[in-house]
Design a protein around this ligand. Structure first.
Ligand code: GLP
Length: 212
């Protein structure tokens, strides 16, 4: 696998720990790997403690042999939003597309920051976070520190272009979203349900997330 699409959140942390251990054991090699992250908060510089760029540095990039120039990220402080989104789409295309897109899922069934109501054909775009998502992500921020309300995110259409998709979900709080994704109608009200349209998706869930 050469081009990876990567998520943030608490769910993939264990996977990133395993990846780091794999590199240390000499079983994994990131020297020829390119990465694109799913999303970034608007308004946060890359070095901000709660930026997704910083999260990825601390949880994966700083501990594996990935080349700095092979890491691409949506800017939290873009000069122009439309231009930044277009740049990202082009950069993904220029590398031949994403080989493996890894995903988590929000309690409302969002993938990336594609909240309910987002077009299933959407490309990389500016997204408004729902109150529920803001509340869920508050735990990463300090008391009195506000969660950004806007982000840039790969669109559902961007995600569906990946050749292969792996979605991870754990815990009872995800059970409803997991059921809607797998057994519900394909609907923009649960953007993860669009994965039903993709030919090569693997979903790994624990018993609690599978409860529904
Ligand atoms: C955020 C991210 C998503 C992630 C979701 C769930 O909204 N933008 O990509 O899947 O949180 O996060 P967690 O794994 O912490 O439950």
């Amino acid at each position: 696998c050469r081009v990876l699409g990567l998520p943030t959140g608490s769910t993939p942390v264990a996977l990133y720990k395993e990846a780091i251990a794999g590199v240390r054991r000499g079983e994994l090699d990131f020297s020829a790997v390119h990465t694109f992250n799913l999303d970034e908060y608007l308004g946060l510089p890359p070095e901000h403690p709660q930026s997704y760029r910083r999260f990825m540095a601390e949880n994966l990039f700083n501990h594996v042999n990935i080349k700095a120039e092979n890491i691409d990220f949506l800017s939290g402080l873009p000069a122009g939003i439309a231009a930044e989104c277009a740049r990202y789409e082009k950069a993904i295309q220029a590398l031949g597309g994403i080989d493996l897109q890894i995903l988590g899922i929000g309690r409302d069934g969002h993938i990336g920051f594609n909240e309910p109501g987002t077009s299933l054909a959407s490309r990389t775009h500016e997204a408004t976070l729902t109150q529920e998502t803001i509340a869920d992500n508050q735990r990463f921020f300090g008391a009195g520190e506000e969660v950004p309300r806007w982000s840039l995110t790969m669109g559902v259409g961007t995600i569906l272009d990946a050749r292969e998709i792996l979605l991870l979900a754990t815990g009872a709080s995800k059970a409803e979203a997991v059921a809607a994704m797998i057994e519900g109608p394909v609907s923009s009200l649960c953007t993860a349900s669009a994965l039903q349209l993709h030919a090569k998706v693997t979903i790994i869930i624990d018993a609690a997330a599978a409860a529904r």
